[in-house]
Every structure is written in C-alpha cells, then in structure tokens.
Design a protein around this ligand. Structure first.
Ligand SMILES: NC(=O)C1=CN([C@@H]2O[C@H](COP(=O)(O)OP(=O)(O)OC[C@H]3O[C@@H](n4cnc5c(N)ncnc54)[C@H](OP(=O)(O)O)[C@@H]3O)[C@@H](O)[C@H]2O)C=CC1
Ligand SMILES: CC(=O)N[C@@H](CCC(=O)OP(=O)(O)O)C(=O)O
Length: 343
C-alpha cells in the first residue's frame, strides 16, 4: 500500500509516520506540507534521521490521488475542502474534527466556522473502531474520533448501551498531556506556564462535548447532554478520563463487570482491569491500548469509570491506522502490536 500524510510535520503526522513505517503492508509513505515543501522530515524531526528519507511535497490533489490512502492530520477547515476533491476514488482518513459532527449547525456553533458539505458529513463514518467495524469496512471516508471522545466513549459504551445509566447524568473529568494541543508553540502550553501546574480549560465549552453527546445520543436513542471538564497536566502524552454517574436500580459491581467483559473480551485494544484496580496513563504509553477501570460505590449508588489512552496513538494516529486496517480488510491489529513504554 502507498500512504500519503498531509500535515506530516505535526504531532499527529509524525506519529503516523512512526506507525506506518512499522506496518507490514505499507510500502511507501509520502509526506505533504503546506509550509515546508522541499525539506526532509529529518529537518523537522532529527529523531527520524537515517530512518525516514522522505522529502515534504507541496499539497497537490492530483498527486494525493495516486495513493491508496490519504491521512489528513491537519487543523480544522483543511480536510473539509480537500476531502471533496479526493472522495470518491481515494480512501481518506481525517484526523481533524471536520467530519465527525453530523449536524452542520452543531459544528458551526462549536468550531466557529463553516461546516463541510452535507454530502461529505453524510458519507463520513465516525471511526470509533471497536463499535463501528461493519460501517468502517464499507467506507472510503473516515472521520477519526477526537482524543477525549475516544477515551470517554470507550469507557461509557457498555453502560449506556446496556441501559445501566442515563447518559444525561454523566460527569466527565478529563486530563490531557500537552501533545494534545499539537506542535505549535503557544502561551498555554509553553514550559513556564505548564511545568508544575495543572490547568482547567474550556469548562462547558470544549468542542468535544457535542461529539461525545452525538454518540451517546445514538446509543440511548434520545438526546443526551453531559458535563465535560478538560484539564491540561504537565506530561507529554496521555489522557485520563474519569466518569461518574448514578447507576440504575438493580445494577451491581458484579453485573457491571459482566457487561464490560461481554463488550471488550474479544477487543484487542481495550483492556478492562480487575475490580478495584485502575489504569494509569503510563501503562498505555506509546500504544493503541485503551485501559479501563470500573468501580461501584454501594454507599452512593454511583459508578466511577477510569479510562486511559495515549492521545497520539489510540486518540489519533493509532486509531487511524486501526481504521485503515479495517477499511482495507486487514486484521485491525496489523502493525499496531507493541508493549507500552514503561517506566
Ligand atoms: N495531538 C493530538 O493528540 C490529536 C490531534 N487531533 C487532530 O489532528 C489534527 C492534527 O493535530 P496535531 O498534529 O496535533 O497538530 P499540529 O499543530 O502538531 O500539526 C498540524 C499540521 O497541519 C499542517 N497545516 C497547518 N495549516 C495547514 C493548512 N492550511 N493546510 C494544510 N496543512 C496545514 C501543519 O504542517 P505544515 O505547516 O507542514 O503544512 C502542521 O504541522 C488536528 O485537527 C487535531 O485537532 C486529533 C486527535 C488527537
Ligand atoms: C490538550 C489539548 O489542547 N487538546 C486539544 C484536543 C485536540 C483534539 O483532539 O482536537 P480535534 O477534535 O480537533 O481533533 C484541545 O483541547 O483542543
């Protein structure tokens, strides 16, 4: 397979290069840039010197079409424009939020910009791989989920789908490492602001709120609204989403455990911890795993779900490669097996 990456100089892009370079079916990786045409990847990222020789090319739709799959790892607004020129004909995986929200007015409200064309929104499959495999197999346009929604939705899916909780009652408290904000420097993430600090941001205003609500609403078959509070913590990679909700009557730690096992025992990349044990971000570092810990407080009747991912892997490029595998009829784990880097 020949793969193209637009936005290769960003963090999502360089992580795609790392994963695709190790993928047994990918024989060529072409890299595209809107600002660094003619430079080598090693000029931006010396750690790939003598491993990745590719030179960055100007973004040219005709050239992109010569690849079996095009990854768009670009800021909002870019893929809405490019995708329409590539599909049908070329398989496209969009890592941005441009095609995730099916209601254009919701996108416009939360992203503050015009949405992609309705025909593209209708065509794009929301690629939460573990729950959308049959649709992903058939599509040539994939909207890769956001990092926070990946951790949150994988953590909540068994409970919402089995009717153990009302998604409207869910409170999501999530923390991310700074690579979630991309490579560009800004005052929020620079060292002096971030080191020795723990920041809350975009309370009730984060663009991942409608994405989470869209998927929960589909599972509940009624509109769901959630409280979602993101935080930035001084670490490079990783997301921990801690979710709280009251359990419906009759649900116990035992039958909750059973629905998680039923949902995920055959899913390679979701690991459910033993009762009373919880995952840490470092335990998935550099891998496509989502690790989940669940506990029920019998005093309050509330459940606590802890879900961790590496934002750049399962939260972005790893899930994108997992989706590529499914779109091309390969085992979804192809090229993605690895042991977390620990400590
Ligand atoms: N970082 C993360 O954890 C996650 C990121 N995402 C999403 O993935 C996408 C990429 O994120 P990330 O890699 O972190 O961001 P970065 O800021 O690190 O990289 C984005 C890249 O996009 C390219 N770019 C900028 N403007 C344009 C343009 N007008 N046309 C084409 N390319 C452009 C830039 O490369 P150049 O100047 O060389 O063209 C840049 O390197 C974003 O939509 C992000 O929201 C999704 C999930 C998680
Ligand atoms: C730590 C941090 O800043 N994270 C980013 C999430 C990045 C992301 O996944 O955004 P997309 O939905 O565009 O893909 C944020 O909160 O905006």
């Amino acid at each position: 397979m020949k793969a193209a990456i637009v936005g290769a100089t960003g963090y999502g892009g360089i992580e795609l290069i790392r994963l695709l370079h190790n993928h047994p079916e990918v024989k060529k990786i072409a890299v595209f840039s809107s600002s660094q045409e003619g430079k080598t990847m090693a000029e931006s990222y010396p750690h790939v010197s003598e491993i990745i020789d590719e030179t960055l090319e100007d973004i040219n739709v005709e050239h992109l079409k010569h690849h079996d799959v095009v990854f768009l790892s670009t800021p909002p607004g870019v893929s809405a424009d490019l995708t329409g020129q590539l599909v049908p004909g070329t398989k496209v995986i969009d890592l941005s939020g441009d095609l995730r929200l099916k209601d254009a007015s919701v996108y416009e409200k939360w992203y503050g910009r015009s949405s992609a064309e309705t025909s593209l929104l209708e065509k794009a499959v929301y690629g939460l791989t573990e729950w959308r495999k049959e649709e992903i197999e058939k599509t040539d346009l994939l909207a890769n989920p956001g990092c926070y929604p990946t951790a949150v939705l994988l953590g909540l899916a068994p409970l919402v789908k089995e009717g153990a909780i009302d998604a409207n009652q869910v409170i999501i408290d999530a923390k991310s490492g700074t690579t979630g904000a991309g490579r560009s420097l800004n005052a929020i993430t620079h060292f002096s602001e971030m080191n020795d600090n723990f920041k809350v941001y975009k309370v009730n205003e984060h663009k991942h709120t409608p994405e989470i609500e869209q998927e929960l609403s589909g599972w509940m078959q009624e509109n769901a609204t959630v409280t979602f509070t993101p935080h930035l913590v001084p670490m490079t990679r990783g997301i921990m989403a801690t979710m709280y909700a009251p359990l419906h009557k009759g649900w116990t730690e035992q039958n909750v455990k059973e629905i998680y096992d039923k949902a995920y025992s055959d899913k390679t990349f979701v690991r459910v911890r033993k009762s009373g044990t919880y995952p840490f971000t470092k335990e998935v570092y550099g891998t496509n795993y989502c690790d989940i810990g669940v506990t029920v407080d019998e005093r309050t009747g509330r459940i606590t779900v802890v879900s961790v991912i590496d934002n750049l892997v399962k939260g972005a490029s790893g899930q994108a490669v997992q989706n590529m595998n499914v779109m091309f009829g390969l085992p979804e784990e192809t090229g993605l097996y690895s042991v977390p880097i620990y400590p």
